[in-house]
Structures are given as structure tokens and as C-alpha cells.
Design a protein around this ligand. Structure first.
Ligand code: NAD
Ligand code: UFG
Length: 349
């Protein structure tokens, strides 16, 4: 029988793409989401791409009883959940500054409760969505997994650091537990079918959704936040990876856990950077988008955005060596897929 994997935040951007890759790799996926930043359309999209039964539970990760029911119901149906990929979290840096308590409550308490319920059901394998934000403004780039956690740039970043620590503490009290912590750099793009993609609510904070909506005429010109940074063209540098590459990394992480590789190690957990290993500046991204789509990006130079890291990209060699994963898709392919998705979205009409 196929192993069942619970995907929390499964209606979200990365969760929905990962669900599709998991199914393709032979896993049975169970989705959970509270729709705080998504809607049922994504679930329908996943179902249509997988073309199979995909159970969905509208549950909040802070709701212990609701979580308990998910594991119980699946068990009663004969599907023991073997592993969990925990995406469910709030992720807006700006919102976290305005409402830090909400972020602590949602992200940290949600993770704590999930761990409790996993323990009650003897579910021993966890893949956790972390972020390169845990490194703050790194002293050395490319940044590797041994870089220290610097002071978090935002309450959101603090919750990711806290959740990583929570998971490691949980492990010390639960020797059979295994966790892979994935530190994502900047995921962009969409499934090539354009059936699922990134659907931010309201005005997008992130570069690519904003850029696409500017080109589609939904927003005004894109503001490039600062061109006076100490980088070759003055704009900030990030490591943009295709969301399908990122989705496939979760499959590799789960397969790694299921092969019991972690149990051979002392700690029971391992963190991996997920990025391309190459940085691109905001202005380079604009140029690449224009080249691949043939469209002009309306943009203007604006003030620096508070809290922005100047330049960060990944040393992702650990993921390559140990998980056998590396990115396959280019920046241009990712931008093209983002644009294809934008054109199909209802708000792009
Ligand atoms: P997303 O907002 O599209 O998906 C998160 C999903 O979790 C949403 O569908 C939301 O409704 C759900 N959710 C939030 N809180 C919940 C709760 N308490 N209970 C149940 N569901 C809840 O975001 P995403 O981009 O897919 O991010 C997924 C994960 O990856 C998050 O943990 C995020 O912090 C992390 N991450 C994202 C990025 C990025 O740039 N997108 C970068 C690094 C890390
Ligand atoms: N940018 C603009 N104009 C915009 C939006 C962004 O110039 O309208 C610039 C930013 O200043 C930054 C770059 O584009 O230099 C990327 O910004 P994003 O907001 O897309 O991404 P960040 O690197 O700031 O943050 C993202 C997620 C965080 C996560 C982090 C690391 O939003 O949640 O990646 O994974 F923590």
C-alpha cells in the first residue's frame, strides 16, 4: 500500500505543488489547511493534477482535537499516516512586524500541537518548512547550514528559528523521531500546467507576484526597493528557485527519512539549504522576465524596504550530496511559468 503523507498547509503555494510531486512519486497525500491564506480552488487543482482521491481536512494546526481527528479518521480508513510535511504557517514578513503575537501563536503553537499529536499516533517522520531567513544577514555568502542563526530580521523569522529549536528539543525527548528541516531560499514559478500556482491575497509583498501583476496591468509599476546597495547593480540579490524543484526536494527528503538514513546518525535531525546556488539581483530578474516573455516590465526605483537582507544565496551542496537533490530548472523557466499562471488567474482578466 502507498505510504500516506499528511501535508499541512496543503492548499498553499508550496504545499499544493509538493502534493503533486509526492503523488507522482507514489505517495498517497492527505491535505490539511485552515484556508487562512488559500482557498479550495488549490485543492481542486491538486485533485485534477493527481487524478486520484485526495482527502482534504479544513483544520487549524493549533486545534489539537481537529488534528487528532485527522490521524484517527485516516487510521480508521486503513491509512496510517507515515510522515508529515509541515508547511502550515503565516509567512508575511510585514504582517509579522505589525502583529508578532499572531505569528508566534499560529506558527509556533501550530507546530507544538502538531508534534504532540504526531507523538500520540507514533508518527516518526517530519519534514519542516524553514527558511533562509533563519540566517539573518549572513556574514559569508553563499551561506551553508553551519552558518549561525543571527538575530531574526522579523517576528516571522523568529518563529522559524523557534520552530527549528522546538523540533530539535522534541527529538531529544523522543528518540525514535526523525526530522528533516528544509531551509528554502526564494521559491517562484508555478506548475507548468498553470493549474496551480501562487495566489497571494491582496497586494503581493513578494517580487515575482507583484512583477507579474504589474505586467498584467493589475498593479501600478513595480517598485524596485533600493538600487544603492553594495551589489554589482545596486539592487538586492536572492536565490530564486523553481517551486517544482522545491517540491521535488520534499520527495527526496521523505525518501531519505524512510530509508532510515537519519537513524544511523546521532541527532535524528538534519537541516538542508534549498536553492540554486546562484544569486540574481532584482534588476537581473526584471531583465530575465523581459527576455523570456518579450514583455516590458513597468518599474521605478524606490526607497530601500526596511528589513531587507542585502544579498543571500545558498550553498546547497549538502542537499546534493546527501539527498541527491539539486535544481534542474532555470530562472527563465520559472519566470515563464509564473507568467503563464498569472495569465490564467481570474484576476488577470
Ligand atoms: P502559503 O501561505 O501559500 O501556504 C501556507 C498555507 O498554510 C496556507 O494555505 C495557509 O492557509 C495555511 N495555514 C497557515 N496557518 C495555518 C494553520 N494554523 N493551520 C492550518 N493551515 C494553516 O505559503 P507558502 O509560500 O506555500 O509557504 C509554505 C511554508 O514555507 C511556510 O511555512 C513558509 O513560512 C515557508 N517558506 C516560504 C517561503 C516563500 O518564499 N514562499 C520561503 C521560505 C519558507
Ligand atoms: N522587491 C522589490 N519590489 C517588490 C518586492 C520585492 O524590489 O515589490 C525586492 C526585495 O526588496 C528583495 C527581493 O525583491 O530584494 C525579493 O523580495 P521578496 O519579498 O520576494 O523575498 P524576500 O527575500 O524578501 O523574502 C522571501 C519570503 C520570506 C522568506 C525569505 C527567505 O517572503 O518569507 O524569502 O526564504 F523568509
Amino acid at each position: 500500500m502507498k505510504s500516506s503523507i499528511l501535508v499541512t498547509g496543503g492548499a498553499g503555494y508550496i504545499g499544493s505543488h509538493t502534493a503533486v510531486s509526492l503523488a507522482k512519486a507514489g505517495f498517497r497525500v492527505v491535505l490539511l489547511d485552515n484556508f487562512s491564506n488559500s482557498d479550495f480552488q488549490a485543492v481542486q487543482g491538486v485533485r485534477s493534477l493527481i487524478n486520484a482521491e485526495v482527502p482534504f481536512y479544513e483544520v487549524d494546526c493549533r486545534d489539537t482535537d481537529g488534528l487528532f481527528d485527522v490521524f484517527r479518521i485516516e487510521k480508521e480508513k486503513g491509512h496510517v499516516i507515515k510522515g508529515v510535511i509541515h508547511f502550515a504557517a503565516l509567512k508575511s514578513v510585514g504582517e509579522s512586524v505589525e502583529n508578532p503575537e499572531l505569528y508566534k501563536d499560529n506558527n509556533i503553537l501550530g507546530t507544538e500541537r502538531l508534534l504532540e499529536v504526531m507523538r500520540a499516533f507514533d508518527v516518526e517522520n517530519l519534514v519542516f518548512s524553514s527558511s533562509c531567513t533563519v540566517y539573518g544577514e549572513p556574514e559569508v555568502v553563499p551561506v551553508d547550514e553551519n552558518a549561525p542563526f543571527l538575530e531574526a530580521e522579523s517576528p516571522y523569522g523568529f518563529t522559524k528559528q523557534a520552530c527549528e529549536r522546538l523540533i530539535v528539543n522534541h527529538l531529544t525527548r523522543n528518540p525514535k523521531f526523525n526530522a528533516v528541516i528544509l531551509r528554502y531560499f526564494n521559491p517562484i514559478g508555478a506548475h507548468p500546467s498553470a493549474v496551480i500556482g501562487e495566489s497571494p491575497r491582496g497586494v503581493p509583498n513578494n517580487l515575482i507576484p507583484y512583477l507579474c501583476q504589474s505586467v498584467a496591468g493589475i498593479r501600478g509599476a513595480l517598485h524596485v526597493f533600493g538600487t544603492d546597495y553594495p551589489t554589482p547593480d545596486g539592487s538586492c540579490i536572492r536565490d530564486y528557485l523553481h517551486v517544482m524543484d522545491l517540491a521535488e526536494a520534499h520527495v527526496a527528503a521523505l525518501e531519505f527519512l524512510f530509508k532510515d538514513k537519519l537513524r544511523d546518525k546521532d541527532t535524528g535531525w538534519r537541516a538542508y539549504n534549498l536553492g540554486t546556488g546562484k544569486g540574481a539581483s532584482v534588476l537581473e530578474v526584471i531583465q530575465a522576465f523581459e527576455k523570456v516573455t518579450g514583455l516590458e516590465v513597468p518599474y521605478s526605483i524606490a526607497e530601500r524596504r526596511e528589513g531587507d537582507v542585502v544579498a543571500i544565496w545558498a550553498n546547497a551542496s549538502r542537499a546534493k550530496d546527501e539527498l541527491g537533490w539539486q535544481t534542474k530548472r532555470s530562472l527563465e523557466e520559472a519566470l515563464n511559468d509564473s507568467w503563464r499562471w498569472q495569465k490564467k488567474r481570474p484576476d488577470s482578466q
